[in-house]
Ligand binder design. Structure first.
Ligand code: ADP
Ligand code: MG
Length: 281
């Protein structure tokens, strides 16, 4: 069964056998796939070319993807290769089997030691990319995957610009994700520092891990934006003093005074020694 293609399945470039759908994104479908030569299982993201061409972004997309191939880090979903047919772009990635981190949080908030383990991995990935001039710009729960050992893997790093451009044609606007993770300066659309914007999103993510709910929430979108602009949130009573301090420095609405990654790493909450594996907590 390992060799050859199963009956009725799709063969891609004579190399990958496409299997079941793993997930739907805003502009892509992700399939389970198997490399027929090596037997390796991968996640195959399939994007319609028409949309990319329509917004004149094909060259940019290719450049982005070639950058991504160089960004290798143990906490970032690895990009293996990119192929294209007449109508589609196929992005073969590392297959991550443990689902999204936020499936865990939806069952309830995490202990601080557990949250710290995930947050350290997130910061490690983000710091690595920033040092290479790559910004995520859309860090949010659905992009934080866990492997079978509970290790965090950031997905879509550097591919976000790609997603943004596709959204610009208006067609995909309604399927844009929640703005709850977006920094005030990004909402303001006045040009922003990609690093600072990512740090803000990390702050929202840390808050959610520790609280079990979002820091800025309102049924009315305008009211939610106002809260984000003002940095208007409260830490629940169970946050430790150190956690409270760090979250407040991350969710500083002024990008110029917001904490930098190097200071995050030095903070007492971040540095506190923890057991190596989540299971040990
Ligand atoms: P989009 O960028 O269009 O939003 P995503 O990359 O978020 O698409 O993929 C959509 C879904 O597919 C994800 O929420 C996740 O459930 C699944 N998925 C994406 N990448 C992988 C991967 N490398 N391994 C396993 N599942 C994945
Ligand atoms: Mg995504």
């Amino acid at each position: 069964k390992e060799k050859g293609v199963s009956e009725g399945s799709t063969l891609l470039h004579g190399k990958y056998e496409l299997g079941r759908v793993l997930g739907h994104g805003t502009f892509a479908k992700v399939y389970h796939a198997r490399n027929l030569k090596t037997g390796q299982h991968v996640a195959m993201k399939v994007v319609g070319k028409e949309k990319v061409i329509k917004v004149g972004m094909m060259e940019q997309v290719k450049r982005e993807i070639s950058v991504m191939k160089m960004v290798k880090h143990s906490n970032i979903v690895e990009l293996h290769e990119v192929m294209a047919s007449k109508s589609k772009i196929y992005i073969a990635m590392e297959l991550v089997r443990g689902g999204e981190l936020f499936n865990k949080v939806s069952k309830g908030r995490l202990k601080e030691d557990v949250a710290r383990l995930y947050f350290q991995q997130l910061i490690s990935a983000v710091d690595f990319c920033h040092s290479r001039g790559v910004y995520h710009r859309d860090l949010k729960p659905e992009n934080l995957l866990l492997d079978e050992h509970g290790k965090l893997k950031v997905s879509d790093f550097g591919l976000t610009a790609f997603a943004d451009h596709l959204k610009e044609d208006g067609l995909l606007h309604t399927t844009c994700g929640t703005p709850a993770y977006v920094s005030p300066e990004v909402i303001a659309k006045k040009g922003y520092d990609g690093a600072k914007a990512d740090i803000w999103s990390c702050g929202v993510i840390l808050y959610v891990l520790l609280a079990g709910f979002l820091p800025f929430q309102d049924d009315n979108l305008v009211a939610m934006y106002k809260k984000i602009y003002r940095g208007d949130f409260k830490c629940p009573p169970w946050f430790s003093v150190e956690a409270r301090r760090l979250v407040t420095r991350l969710l500083d609405p002024n990008p110029n005074t917001r904490i930098s990654i190097s200071k995050v790493v030095e903070s007492s909450w971040f540095k506190k020694p923890v057991p190596r594996k989540v299971e040990d907590v």
